[in-house]
Design a binder for this molecule. Structure first.
Ligand SMILES: Nc1nc2c(ncn2[C@@H]2O[C@H](COP(=O)(O)OP(=O)(O)OP(=O)(O)O)[C@@H](O)[C@H]2O)c(=O)[nH]1
Ligand SMILES: [Mg+2]
Length: 714
């Protein structure tokens, strides 16, 4: 293997690897506050990428460099930090644990070949992390578990290791046991090697023999581990040998363990403490020896543009195919695209094809462009270090690709490919924003497209009816990041209450007259029409019926009346909401041989509708959404109770896999404005939902006043 070092820059040396077998892409996942960002720091410091570990509290870590991350004291975005250990380049992909940033987690999973679940020894596993585990299991993603924050005063290391087994299920077994003395966890005992790794003097550990007093405890855990490995082994004769009382040599077990980890069927648990260094050496060893290289990971589906599906192979000489997993805009460098290369090699001074398809529903139009890659960089958090190339399986950063958005494919200009974008979560929390001044408005429109290009979990809606600019976000913390980025881009914005687009209809039939007569002086205007307005079923829209007999209104002016009625329906009545679901019958009228005109009859038609509204009864309509909620059975009662408080109507429930239920309900849209936040809090983050517009329904009389209170049109 050749490791080509280049400009070391401030932070460690950047390396370009030419053999995919010498790469590991590991995504760190788990509950917020579990210790992922801090663990990345500790690993970078242990391998001398950085001279000392930064801290999340001080905002000095490699991964949490965004000002919003420092303010929120948690990661808000995916970050990549590579290190070298034992001749292997490990790309650590840090993700935020907080639910709002699940889009970053999805991108991280796409960029990685294996996942490291980081669980705090003081907090344990939450339901969202257990669900993520299941999801990784479904695609056989190799996984291991780190029990972190061992020095926490409430840390319960062995209990948390056991809790991980309970939560994650079979194949999850400790590989190391903690050694505890009065001062806390000072080292580990390797169950396979039988050695003790003593960290009382810090990292790296001193290796010795375990305390004989621990022998029984170690023996029990070791037997359990060996049985676990043998169960997962491809070599079936091992089980017979083991049951026959034979001692299986550690080398065989380690080899089998590595295969089982890489296959995604065995999941080692190990305690690691970023603060004291305990376990760092063992974790590095697991990442290099136990975790799979990109060669063992199936590349995503791809097509050759204009042709058909192609199989991507992890081959640095194959056709170039990479995917943008994150996009940022740096004040100095401009657009930065983080790219996971699946096939081929990215080199500087080449033209590449950038294509983005399949995201049109989110406001990302399909696009294709040839652009030039000037330099290829290895990212270390926000730092970019130039490298001569980036081979299949590796991750790099490219700058100034002006059309590249997150999810886009980078391929060769003469061989344009498209890698199917991964599943991206739907943002469900609407936030309405207004620019403070005219110049903020300009900055806002400049910034929005940039922001949306980088963040597939942000959706932009310019609502034609409410005239609001709505940013659909994943939650409040995400909205905070989005607003901060807008403000950093020079657009000072305020938020305002989100309005739902109301409509109006007639509650009962009513007759009315529209009289537009002006005959004093000059050219007169004369148009009279009698109409009858009737309510129609929801969703019918508008019907116009001509019932004129005997030419009371000349034929050529009948469409004028209809036009006038339609215009008034669009404009709305007194409350200003569009009118829908009515039939208007034109039953009589009068015309004048000189003074009648198209314009006069339009005015009379509009007037007739207004008259009908003031003489009759109208009702306010609100949008009703069909909502599909997937929830853990433990929280089903909470969800149903909450829905009734939102005027929701449950249409049905059906059992889903793994102790979950799907609830189908209809809920007024005005009651769903904060549902993304509320559902999370009443279900401890275990539920997900989707919504789609179903139809309009009358607002209950008792609620008309409060509904109108929140509406600007009134
Ligand atoms: N004493 C001690 N504190 C730790 C350790 N690991 C993490 N912390 C602290 O725990 C808090 C959360 O740690 P983070 O590394 O930010 O956790 P995270 O998993 O990255 O959290 P998210 O980014 O929100 O997903 C921070 O204040 C850390 O300083 C540890 O090993 N020892
Ligand atoms: Mg973090």
């Amino acid at each position: 293997m050749a490791l080509k070092g280049t400009d070391a820059g401030q932070s460690g040396e950047a390396v370009a690897v030419d053999d995919p077998a010498k790469l590991r892409n590991v995504v760190l996942v788990g509950p917020s506050g579990g210790g992922k960002t801090t663990l990345v720091e500790a690993l970078l410091a242990a391998t001398n990428v950085i001279s000392r570990a930064g801290s999340v509290t001080d905002g000095t870590t490699v991964c949490d460099h965004d000002p919003a991350a420092v303010r929120q004291q948690r990661s808000v975005a995916l970050a990549v930090a590579p290190l070298l250990h034992d001749g292997v380049k490990i790309n650590l992909i840090n993700t935020p644990g907080y639910a709002d940033f699940v889009g970053e987690l999805r991108a991280g999973l796409r960029a990685a070949d294996a996942a490291l679940f980081v669980i705090s020894a003081a907090e344990g596993v939450d339901a969202a992390t257990a669900a993520l585990w299941e999801e990784c299991a479904a695609v056989e993603m190799p996984r291991a578990v780190v029990v972190a924050r061992l020095d926490h005063q409430r840390a319960e290391v062995e209990a948390t290791m056991a809790a991980c087994r309970d939560a994650f299920g079979s194949g999850v077994l400790p590989l190391y046991l903690p050694v505890t003395d009065a001062g806390g966890v000072t080292g580990l005992i390797g169950l396979l090697s039988g050695r003790r790794f003593d960290y009382s003097g810090g990292y790296p550990p001193k290796i010795g023999d375990p305390d004989p007093a621990d022998a029984d405890h170690i023996e029990t855990a070791r037997n359990e581990l060996i049985e676990g490995i043998i169960e997962q082994s491809e070599d079936e004769s091992l089980m017979e040998r083991y049951l026959g009382g034979e001692q299986i040599e550690p080398e065989t077990l380690i080899k089998d363990l590595e295969t089982a980890v890489a296959r995604g069927s065995f999941h080692p648990v190990l305690p690691v403490c970023s603060a004291t260094g305990v376990g760092l050496a063992e974790l590095l060893e697991l990442l290099t020896k136990g975790f799979p290289s990109p060669l063992e990971h199936k590349a995503p589906q791809a097509i050759k543009l204009g042709a058909g599906p192609i199989e991507l192979a992890v081959d640095s000489n194959g056709p170039l195919a990479g995917e943008v997993v994150r996009t940022t805009v740096d004040a100095y460098v401009g657009r930065v695209s983080l790219v996971r290369v699946f096939s081929g090699t990215l080199r500087p001074d080449r033209s590449v094809h950038v294509s983005g398809h399949g995201m049109a529903s989110r406001g990302h139009d399909d696009h294709d462009a040839d652009e030039r890659v000037a330099h290829v960089y290895s990212p270390l958090g926000v730092n970019l270090r130039e490298v001569p190339y980036c081979v299949a399986g590796d991750i790099c950063a490219l700058t100034k690709l002006s059309s590249a958005e997150t999810g886009d494919t980078i391929s060769a200009s003469d061989n344009a490919l498209l890698v199917e974008p991964w599943d991206m979560p739907e943002p469900l929390l609407p936030v309405a924003v207004v620019a403070k001044t005219r110049s903020d408005e300009d900055a806002l429109s400049r910034n929005l497209s940039r922001l949306v290009a980088g963040d597939p979990t942000l959706r932009l809606e310019r609502n034609a009816e409410t005239k609001q600019l709505v940013l659909w976000c994943m939650g409040e913390a995400h909205a905070d990041v989005v607003l901060a980025r807008l403000r950093a881009g020079g657009a000072d914005v305020d938020t305002e209450p989100v309005q739902v687009a109301l409509r109006e209809t007639f509650a009962s039939p009513i007759k009315a007259k529209g009289r537009h007569v002006k005959q004093s002086g000059g050219h007169g205007q004369y148009a009279i029409c009698d109409i009858e307005v009737e309510p129609l079923p929801r969703g019918s829209g508008f019907e116009f019926v001509d019932k004129i007999v005997g030419g009371a209104i000349p034929n050529n002016f009948i469409p004028s009346v209809e036009k006038g009625v339609r215009a008034q329906m669009e404009k709305g009545l007194e409350r200003g909401f569009p009118v829908v679901d009515i039939r208007v019958k034109l039953i009589d009228g009068k015309a004048h041989s000189v003074d009648s005109s198209d314009a006069a009859f339009q005015t009379a038609g509009a007037l007739a509708l207004r008259e009908a509204a003031s003489a009759g009864r109208t009702s306010l309509l609100e949008p009703l959404d069909e909502v599909r909620i997937r929830v853990n059975d433990d929280y089903l009662g909470n969800v149903l109770g909450d829905l009734s408080g939102r005027r929701g109507r449950v249409l049905g429930t059906e059992p889903d896999t793994n102790g979950r239920t799907v609830v189908l309900a209809e809920v007024p849209a005005s009651e769903l404005l904060r549902y993304a936040v509320d559902l999370r809090s009443i279900t401890s983050g275990t539920a997900t939902f989707t919504r789609r517009f179903a139809r309009y329904e009358p607002v209950p009389e008792a609620l008309v006043a409060s509904t109108l209170g929140g509406s600007k049109n009134h």
